[in-house]
Design a protein around this ligand. Structure first.
Ligand code: FNR
Length: 179
């Protein structure tokens, strides 16, 4: 039976390395997992005044996340935490109060950085935020891809070692969302 996986990429950049990893991971998932990307680039900054107004782009992302069986977040780190655009969509989908899309939602997480720490602080902060929203965060494996540009060539994951590692994650992800 079909499983709907919403994909959120925390980078808005065209040449995002996180997008490359997200595309690799989703390419490894079985056919019954349908991927739908949640577009976050043009969402207005969350404002509580909008809770009793209709903002089409807010409705769209709230619906996408609510309807998804699970959400995969693949994100960089900006100044030691999650990027603002990612925090924005998390906030939008957490409101109006009592209508959060995140409650009990299965959420899996991957972070990547060219640096030595693999955007781990971003990942840990996302975990903290999702925990506060009572989502079911996939605990293990934790994937913080460090020196991530070294695994890439020409916009593809070229390192066999990284491919293997991500294949293993993709398998675990399927188990997690199928549970
Ligand atoms: C960064 N970068 C970065 N990297 C990191 O490992 N820790 C950090 O705290 C930061 N901080 C940071 C702030 C801002 C504003 C920018 C633009 C960048 C570098 C970042 O990891 C690098 O640009 C990645 O390529 C971003 O991922 P995408 O956009 O390629 O997916």
């Amino acid at each position: 039976q079909t499983i709907n996986l919403a994909l959120i990429i925390g980078s808005l950049r065209k040449a995002s390395i996180n997008r490359v990893f997200a595309e690799y991971i989703t390419s490894q998932l079985p056919e019954h997992v349908k991927i739908e990307e949640v577009a976050i680039a043009d969402l207005p900054l969350y404002n509580q005044d909008y809770d009793n107004q209709t903002i089409e782009s807010y409705d769209q992302v709230r619906k996408q996340i609510k309807q998804a069986d699970a959400v995969l977040i693949v994100t960089p780190e900006h100044n030691r935490t999650l990027p603002a655009a990612l925090k924005n969509v998390i906030d939008i989908a957490s409101r109006p109060h009592g209508e959060s899309a995140w409650a009990n939602k299965k959420v899996a997480l991957v972070t990547a950085s060219p640096g030595s720490y693999g955007a781990r602080d971003s990942g840990l902060d996302v975990r903290k935020v999702m925990q506060s929203l009572a989502s079911q965060v996939m605990i293990a494996p934790e994937i913080y891809l460090s020196r991530a540009t070294e695994s890439l060539d020409d916009g593809q994951v070229s390192s066999e070692r990284t491919q293997k590692y991500l294949n293993k994650f993709a398998n675990e992800l399927v188990d997690f969302i199928g549970e």
